[in-house]
Design a protein around this ligand. Structure first.
Ligand SMILES: *Cc1c(COP(=O)(O)O)cnc(C)c1O
Length: 477
């Protein structure tokens, strides 16, 4: 009997087409809008079915709900036409903001994605022989060219010695390398490097999951070459060095140079693996980022395998670079896990395009690099121009010096001088203003200090300054 009642109620629901026909503004004009409205209509109907199933309706209440279903649908459609992944304006001054997608891609990288991903491409197809090829080769040659350019090691020598493969991120790259080279054996790590990179990615746990046994050496603040030497046994598979990218240890501290570790590794016939992390391919000291070694410092020191992120200081897409000695790369590439961590054509295209900027010497066109290198005076000029275009009597606008940061768990001690646009509203709190900015279209993400909203234009693309101005002049706050 209850079932019969439910069936009777379900029968009162319109079909998707009937519902679309009842839209107050008429049927959607374009195919895309129609598809979107259909999606929304299914959602609205499903929601009602669930309410019926939950016993929330009798004939009267259902009639009321279906009577205004066209309006309900019209109200729901905008939610479905908006992507959940949307562009935002990053006015936080955090260049590699992980929550905002880390590194924005260069024009060259974007163009390469467009031209290869909109159709088919030779992802694993050798156009010379017509046979299957390895996708790893896509980025390898370009990367070796960049390494040759920066280290002055001849390309031929590099190509004979090293190879590159790409995993989905640096965490994946590390896991893959440790599993392929050290499963069943021991890995030597300094106690000063048993770190958490973020998001629960902890070196000891990763090692364990990768099937290797951690052998801690030295102490938190001091580790000497002898500490490694004394810990070597016939179970040792490799020496791991982890870049302390997200914190600093200062005071009474020491750890061996990479070169010393490499020497030790050679003497004991153990590969030295470095989790380099940042992927910095350009010397950063000239941008005010000091103490941040580049990828090439690790190559020059003779490290056998280096892992690094694609979307930190390299400025490319999310990826994990694995660069290393050919014999070890063969072992890594041969692991069944390599298949699980492999990346798609979008990543290769974005990475290769970014590397092409480095190879061509146009790395200043990579957004992360250009933002790093912005002079405070240039930011001040833009901040002043923005402040001058704000024509609201309810805002108090001022400019004050401040700092931007690199972000992404990189260069924790580095502060880049900048000039901040400081906003206060005559009646509203800074928190209200911040929310209004976040809910604008596009969303503008800012920060608060001392009950003032602060906008840092270092991380705003210059062509978006006018967007920020428009939003500031129009938001309801
Ligand atoms: C950031 C970082 C990682 C993790 O990189 P993802 O690409 O985010 O996975 C690993 N190791 C170091 C040293 C890092 O700095």
């Amino acid at each position: 009997m209850a079932d019969d009642n439910l069936h009777a109620l379900y029968r009162e629901l319109p079909s998707v087409d009937q519902l679309l026909g009842s839209l107050p503004a008429g049927l959607p004009a374009t195919d895309a809008a129609h598809a979107n409205a259909t999606f929304a209509a299914r959602y609205v109907l499903d929601k009602l079915r669930l309410e019926i199933a939950a016993g929330q309706h009798d004939a009267d209440s259902l009639a009321r709900a279906t009577g205004k279903l066209g309006e309900t649908l019209a109200a729901a459609i905008p939610d479905f036409s908006r992507y959940s992944l949307r562009p935002v304006v990053n006015a936080t001054g955090v260049i590699l903001h992980t929550n905002l997608g880390r590194a924005p891609l260069s024009r060259r990288a974007l163009d390469h994605i467009l031209e290869t991903a909109g159709g088919y491409c030779n992802l694993e197809f050798d156009l010379g022989t017509g046979k299957r090829s390895r996708r790893e080769q896509i980025a390898e040659e370009r990367f070796l060219m960049v390494v040759a350019r920066q280290t002055k090691i001849p390309f031929r020598v590099l190509r004979d010695t090293y190879g590159l493969s790409v995993a989905n991120n640096c965490a994946g790259a590390m896991f893959l390398v440790l599993n392929a080279l050290a499963a069943g054996g021991e890995v030597l790590v300094s106690r000063g490097e048993l770190i958490e990179i973020g998001g629960g990615f902890r070196i000891p746990e990763i090692l364990e999951r990768a099937g290797a046994v951690l052998r801690e050496v030295g102490s938190t603040n001091k580790t000497r070459p002898e500490d490694y030497e004394n810990a070597v046994t016939d179970r040792t598979r490799l020496i791991l060095r982890v870049h302390r990218s997200n914190f600093r240890i200062s005071g009474f501290t020491a750890r061996p140079d990479l070169a010393q570790l490499v020497l030790l590794g050679r003497r004991r016939n153990l590969p030295v693996v470095e989790d380099q992390g940042t992927g910095a391919l350009a010397p950063l000291a000239s941008y005010g980022v000091s103490g941040e070694p580049t990828f090439f410092d690790s190559v020059a020191a003779g490290v056998d395998v280096i892992t690094a992120s694609g979307d930190k200081l390299l400025g490319g897409p999310q990826a994990g670079l694995v660069f290393g000695r050919r014999d070890l790369m063969k072992q890594i590439g041969g692991s069944p896990l390599a298949r699980a961590f492999r990346v798609d054509k979008l990543t290769y295209a974005g990475l290769e395009g970014t590397l092409a900027d480095y190879a061509a010497g146009t790395e200043a066109a990579i957004p992360a690099i250009s933002m790093l290198s912005l002079r405070p005076e240039a930011i001040l000029r833009r901040a002043e121009a923005l402040a001058a275009t704000i024509n609201r009597v309810d805002f108090k606008v001022s400019i004050r010096p401040g700092y931007s940061v690199v972000g992404g768990g990189t260069s924790p001690g580095t502060r880049l001088p900048t000039h901040l646009v400081r906003l206060a509203h005559r009646t509203q709190t800074a928190a209200t203003l911040l929310t209004a900015l976040r809910e604008s279209s596009p969303a503008v993400i800012a920060r608060i200090a001392k009950d003032r909203v602060l906008l840092d234009l270092r991380t705003v693309a210059p062509e978006h300054d006018s967007v920020v101005a428009r939003i500031l002049n129009t938001i309801a706050a």
